[in-house]
Write a protein that binds this ligand. Sequence first.
Ligand SMILES: [Zn+2]
Length: 70
Amino acid sequence: MGEDDNEAGETMQVCPVCGSTDLYYEAGGVEGLYHCKYCGYIGSFVVDANEEMAKLIRKEYDSGATDIQS
Ligand SMILES: [Zn+2]
């Protein structure tokens, strides 16, 4: 913690929709659900991504946000 070496391919859990790391895990029922603070995604699936992947997801979300709405 507090060290600046995130080049080693560390992964983090990010939202599969927008790539945000602002996720809340909410326990409830048999399985919990993740809530994304950024885009409002709610689901049991999140992506293990490194920083590069998270940026790509975010970029795609930002450029195609209007297509994802249904
Ligand atoms: Zn999201």
